[in-house]
Design a protein around this ligand. Structure first.
Ligand code: PLP
Length: 508
């Protein structure tokens, strides 16, 4: 009876193929997904940047071409090596063997490629496999806030509870900048219970750009030793992007910590190929075995060509590159220059950037910035209860043409107020995009700031560093920086071309 009335209901044309989520009928969404129905910060700010023509300093992916040796490695993988079929589920041999050699050196122990390394679909899927294989309904996982938003979602999906411990910005202590973000060991200790199973430690840290010092890691290690059930998931995807001599120390290399850590990393940030999604897990056999087991039933194997290409890229990355002793040296110098330019731009706009020691994000303090009332009065699908940082990020995107991310997205509801005077800006963008953003941000600081920003961008062009910038801009369909190229070609002169381009970069 019930079955036939249900059938007639569907044939009555009541099947709703538009709304989501649905809680009954053939389109019913699993309860497991219901905590995720609110739109994400990315779903709001990426389209908003596009629709308003804003320079997108929101999402963290490099907007330039991958290095030639990395692209060639992919061509070699699919042509010369013919690595086009399924590979070993736990990772393509050339990649896991290379990773085992690298980590053996970094961790000061022999890492076995067959049992202590496995490849994943980016670091993201490594996190998924680890949370699925380590956490149960009774477990708790500790996250240090602000944090990469995927951690909490994956802990929830695994059915466990997230416990948050905020990093506190202590100004005037130590060297300043991102080092001022401090973890209070007593707060961490207080958050741990017999249910604590996982601590997620992200160093270098997104979004603050903090690199945990050896001393800080030693105090974390002491706490871990006192909690026998606790495993530390060390997310080190920004391992090669460190500046000003900041040393990336791996928690797993500290005495007794190998047995208690799983280290996760990825090739996406290092080689500017975030779309290739080649990540990995390194750690003690039983923990890595759990990831291998989960993955054999999830994706079975990670695409072979990308693994083969990353193995080749890793083998070449230590060789001299573009006048630098290695690709890693080049990478750090390139990013440090971009960081410094964006730091100056944010200062000219009246913000106080907390200079990052690593990664490609800057957190800026915005207490002196004005948030128009109309934005505070709005609500959006991703932020139904408007916060100051969210409103300011919308104002900058819509009215000043520079998109950024409100960091309250990286805090739980209770801790969101900690982000009210902060914004996150990405500097993994071409020099043309950064210069355009700098000119637009300078408008907030007034005429003097604008002429400073324009002079800096013009100097960059004149230095020749922006010869590449101009053509990159043109290739990206960036009309303003294409104009630099055109003006130079017409004999208008590089500096005049730069000024023409910059006036086009300004928004009225
Ligand atoms: C801290 C952190 N972990 C992991 C990831 C994801 O890495 P992948 O792109 O390799 O999945 C990101 C990407 O932004 C990140 O910032």
């Amino acid at each position: 009876m019930a079955a036939s009335s249900h059938a007639s209901k569907l044939s009555d044309g009541e099947l709703d193929s538009k709304s989501w989520p649905q809680t009954s009928g053939p389109y019913e969404t699993s309860a497991r997904l219901l905590p995720f129905v609110t739109k994400t910060v990315w779903e709001e700010f990426t389209p908003l940047a596009k629709s308003t023509g804003a320079v997108n300093l929101g999402q963290g992916f490099p907007d330039w071409a991958a290095p030639d040796f990395v692209k060639e490695a992919m061509v070699n993988a699919v042509t010369i090596r013919n690595d086009n079929q399924y590979t070993r589920s736990a990772g393509h041999p050339s990649l896991v063997q290379k990773l085992a050699r690298l980590y053996s050196g970094w961790l000061g122990r022999a890492v076995d490629w067959e049992s202590e390394v496995t490849v994943t679909v980016g670091a993201t899927e490594a996190l998924f496999a680890l949370t699925q294989s380590l956490l149960g309904a009774e477990d708790e996982a500790v996250i240090l806030e602000p944090s990469f938003d995927i951690y909490a979602a994956q802990i929830t999906m695994a059915g466990a509870a997230s416990v948050r411990v905020p990093l506190r910005l202590v100004e005037g202590a130590g060297p300043g900048g991102a080092a001022g973000w401090k973890l209070d060991p007593a707060e961490l200790e207080a958050a741990l219970t017999p249910k604590s199973r996982l601590l997620i430690l992200n160093t270098p840290h997104n979004p603050t750009g903090k690199v945990f010092t050896r001393e800080e890691l030693e105090s974390i290690a002491r706490i871990v030793r006192a909690h026998p059930r606790l495993v530390v998931l060390c997310d080190e995807v920004y391992e090669h992007l460190t500046y000003d001599g900041a040393e990336h120390v791996r928690l797993a290399s500290l005495p007794g910590m190998w047995d208690r850590c799983v280290t996760v990393s990825s090739s996406g940030k290092t080689f500017s190929v975030t779309g290739w999604k080649v990540g990995w897990v390194v750690g003690p056999r039983p923990l890595v075995r759990s990831v291998m087991t989960a993955n054999a039933w999830v994706q079975f194997s990670v695409p072979t060509p990308t693994q083969s290409a990353i193995a080749e890229a890793l083998a070449k990355a230590d060789s001299p590159y573009q006048g630098f002793p290695s690709f890693y040296h080049f990478l750090r110098a390139q990013y440090r220059g971009k960081r410094d330019r964006l730091v100056r731009a944010l200062r000219r706009a009246g913000m106080r950037p907390i200079v990052p020691s690593a990664g490609f994000f800057i957190m800026a303090q915005t207490a002196g910035s004005t948030v128009p009332d109309k934005y505070m009065a709005q609500s959006t699908p991703s932020c139904p209860k408007m916060t100051r940082d969210w409103a300011l990020a919308r104002h900058l995107t819509i009215d000043h043409g520079v998109a950024c991310i409100p960091p309250s997205a990286f805090y739980c509801a209770e801790n969101k107020p900690l982000a009210s005077s902060l914004l996150r800006f990405a500097f993994c963008k071409t020099d043309s995009e950064l210069a355009k953003a700098a000119v637009r941000l300078a408008a907030i600081g007034g005429a003097e700031a604008v002429s400073e920003a324009e002079a800096e961008a013009a100097a960059l062009v004149a230095e020749g560093a922006a010869g590449a910038v101009a053509s990159t801009g043109a290739a990206l369909g960036d009309a303003s920086f294409g104009a630099v190229h055109l003006a130079a070609a017409l004999g208008v002169g590089v500096a005049a071309g730069a000024m023409l381009a910059l006036s086009l970069a300004r928004r009225t």
